[in-house]
Design a binder for this molecule. Structure first.
Ligand code: GDP
Ligand code: IMO
Ligand code: MG
Length: 429
């Protein structure tokens, strides 16, 4: 019996939330291990739609849910999300939600800095979610961060705050902004501290005990491999490692705790924010994918850029993340296309390439090489078994498996929780 890590195999928004919610029925605990409230995971359960940014998707089913140490946590965003979901009827108590006491905090000036930098970058901007994710990770790695556990010792934060504020005051001065108001910051932290601390604990201990008991652990990744700070389209990436390897370090479990790595990939490709996108379709076909797939960001409402499935990128994402099997989502969005293209390689300055290069200029310059396959006119929407899929759709899936060198374990055919085809059970692998 394996633990399962769910990660995005493209540029995020692949449908991780839906798949985590579906798998959470059989999990004993769900763990977020990186990113923050830049994530937007949508769950559709009957008439109800739940949008989660910071909370693990297992919380909606009442599965014990953990925010691991690898996450950067905005206390006010946490409170707002807990209140929003509580109003939707989800029970969120310290029995269900557990937050690592060594999580680094996102503070108001991180959000300011994210926005100031983006506004100053003109055409070169990353297109971040402006939630302070990058600046908060910088302070964590720079050993300046305030962490969840520090909220219990606000009176002793003096020297730590001196270092942190000295750093930010210099940056803020560069943007013509006033220094951080330390008293106001401490007062705001004091107000929210008890709320956050009520969920805080050494979750590594709890997770290691769960592991010893043989509990099923489901790791929930945010973003996608192509947004990984090492393996993604740098610098147009997020500020964390989004690959499956982070599940161990970002939760306090060793690498052997991560069993089956389930990479989530859309049957086409989307991206929100700036950066290279070889198969992007800035035409009617791209529009049609966006409209059929409702491709608008959960977090920022921005229109997602759309294009054909890029088998080179997903093969690379699967390799660097050690993907065991793929969940192919949004197959139904391709219903009715006469022909469908798959990118099988690139041309760069007249040379063929079978992988995505590291250099940003080369990434922007590669031209996709396409293979065309006949589409299907029947609907796959809502299919729950292989037998309900048209032969041509199966052919498309089989061709993708061949090209990405990785088997398809699940297929998703609508936003709804149960509209999922199980090919190979990740927990039983
Ligand atoms: P995540 O960030 O990876 O969790 O993905 P998002 O929730 O941001 O975006 C995926 C969107 O597609 C959500 O609105 C889902 O409800 C929806 N979705 C997920 N799976 C499917 C599917 O198989 N078909 C369709 N049509 N929509 C899906
Ligand atoms: P989920 O978990 C899609 C993108 C932003 C931007 C870049 C850096 O829903 O798949 P950041 O705010 O992280 O510094 O922005 O990363 N980005 C996402 N794109 N889905 C996400 O999360 C994303 N989280 C960040 O658009 O290009
Ligand atoms: Mg999303």
């Amino acid at each position: 019996m394996a633990n399962v890590a769910v990660i995005g195999a493209q540029w995020g928004d692949e449908g991780k939330g839906k798949i985590v919610d579906w798998l959470a029925e059989r999990a004993d605990v769900v763990v977020r291990f990186q990113g923050g409230h830049n994530a937007g995971h949508t769950l559709v359960i009957g008439e109800n739609v739940y949008k989660l940014s910071l909370l693990p998707s297992g919380i909606v089913r009442g599965t014990p849910s953990v925010i691991g140490n690898g996450v950067v946590l905005d206390p006010w965003a946490l409170k707002a999300e807990v209140e929003k979901l509580t109003a939707q009827g989800v029970t969120i108590t310290p029995d269900v939600l557990h937050i690592a006491d060594n999580c680094a905090l996102i503070l108001p000036f991180h959000r300011d800095l994210d926005a100031l930098r983006e506004d100053a970058s003109g055409a070169g901007k990353i297109g971040t979610t402006r939630r302070g994710i990058g600046p908060a990770y910088e302070d964590k790695v720079g050993r300046r961060a305030i962490r969840v556990c520090d909220l219990a010792h606000l009176d002793d934060l003096g020297p730590q705050l001196d270092r942190l504020c000295a750093h930010h005051d210099a940056l803020r001065a560069g943007f013509g902004e006033p220094p951080v108001d330390r008293d106001a910051l401490v007062a705001e932290l004091r107000e929210i501290a008890d709320f956050v601390l009520s969920f805080a604990k050494p979750v590594w201990l709890m997770l290691n005990e769960a592991r010893k008991r043989g509990d099923r652990i489901l790791f929930e990744g945010a973003q996608g491999v192509l947004l990984d700070v090492d393996h993604g389209t740098y610098p147009f990436v997020t500020s964390s490692n989004t690959i499956a390897g982070t599940a161990a370090g970002g939760s306090g479990l060793g690498p052997s705790a991560v069993g089956f790595v389930l990479g989530i990939a859309k049957a086409y490709t989307t991206r929100v924010g700036s950066g290279p996108f070889p198969t992007e379709l800035e035409n009617d076909v791209g529009e049609r994918l966006g409209v059929r797939g409702h491709e608008f960001g959960t977090v920022t409402g921005r229109k997602r850029r759309c294009g054909w499935f890029d088998a080179v990128l997903v093969r690379q994402a699967a390799a660097v993340s050690g993907v065991t099997g793929i969940a192919l989502t949004k197959l139904d969005v391709l219903d009715g296309f006469e022909t469908i293209s798959i990118c099988t390689g690139y041309l760069l300055h007249g040379q063929t390439l079978d992988h995505f290069p590291s250099n940003a200029a080369d990434q922007a310059a590669v031209q996709p090489v396409y293979e065309e396959i006949e589409g299907w006119s029947q609907s796959t929407a809502g299919a729950r078994s292989w037998a309900q899929l048209p032969a041509q759709a199966i052919k498309y899936i089989r061709r993708i498996e061949e090209l990405i060198q990785c088997p398809v374990a699940l297929v998703s055919t609508s936003p709804e929780r149960e509209d999922t085809i199980l090919v190979r059970d990740p927990f039983l692998d």
